[in-house]
Design a protein around this ligand. Structure first.
Ligand code: ZN
Length: 142
């Protein structure tokens, strides 16, 4: 009769991986910094996440940000721009071309500003919650 060894369901404090504070990680992600050390650059281009942090060596390639940052950007920019458009139209009645020009530029500029910051926050959140392989890296290996 074979016996299969199963790991204990609970972890003792000695075997538990160190805690990763979510709030600090999100702030580091907003600044587009490594969620672990806060010093290394998180992104190598406008949106490309580095494979690992150049300062602390934290593996960052585990992220699965996918459409999350774009979704958050559309959500926030849309909910900001629509009320501003309604206020601008009812209070000032600008020429439609002036309104289109101002709000087109404003929407694009705000989206370009927020998108990499939201991407940093999504990656940092996944890192803090040890999602998608972020829990298997150096501090819990071995
Ligand atoms: Zn780092």
């Amino acid at each position: 009769m074979s016996h299969i060894e199963t790991p204990p369901l609970t972890m003792s404090p000695a075997t538990m991986p160190p805690e990763r504070p979510t709030r600090q990680a999100l702030l580091k992600g907003w600044r587009r910094r490594c969620p672990s050390c806060g010093n290394g650059q998180l992104l190598s281009g406008y949106l490309k996440v580095r494979d690992e942090c150049a300062v602390c060596g934290e593996t960052l390639s585990h992220h699965r940000a996918d459409d999350g940052p774009a979704y958050l950007t559309i959500l926030i920019v849309g909910h900001l721009m629509v009320p501003f458009m309604m206020i601008a139209w009812t209070k000032f009645r600008p020429d439609p071309m002036v309104m289109v020009t101002i709000f087109s530029i404003g929407t694009v500029a705000l989206s370009l500003y927020l998108l990499p910051r939201f991407k940093g926050m999504v990656v940092a959140y996944q890192w803090a919650k040890r999602m998608h392989g972020f829990g298997r890296d150096r501090d819990s290996a071995g």
